[in-house]
Write a protein that binds this ligand. Sequence first.
Ligand SMILES: [Zn+2]
Length: 192
Amino acid sequence: MIYYPIKKIIITLFVFFSTAVYANDHDHDNSEHKQHEPHVHGKAEMNILIDEKTFIFELNSPTLNFLGFEHEPETNEEKETLKQVNKMLLDYKNVISIPGMNCKESQIEISAPYGNDKEEHGHHHGEDHDDDHSEYYLFYSITCEDINNIEQIKIKLFDNFRGFESVNVKWTYFTDAGSLEATEKQKIVKLQ
Ligand SMILES: [Zn+2]
């Protein structure tokens, strides 16, 4: 079961389909939220997978980390913040950067909790006490010219959004794998 109801809209930008992995991974029911850590404000989880043909990463984060609030936007300021954040997330470089590499998005998916989706609004799943919480789920597939020589990835969430304290990054780079609790002070994920 999920931890709380998630109201979301889907903003999808398809440039092209690059991997078969993606197709298996994404039907938008609750399954993608099953296995991740409980919702803790300030914290988030990122998974990065890089191999010969693929560079994908995903992020699960409480909405609060992005917006500074976690309810349907009410004031003009909150509505504007939501708009700005969703726009920024369409550029993967606001989430991570790959120093020295020439990369571009091939596919982006943003599952955002609030918006104009009247049908989703007010829909409940039965576990009512945590009703206030919501999350973002982000998925990016990018292509890089020199995927064999990526040395590090910089987590940009601390610079660009207001509420990130730590991001639990798990990565796989070809046959290597590792993890890092990234923070404002330690935002470089070293792959080599
Ligand atoms: Zn919350």
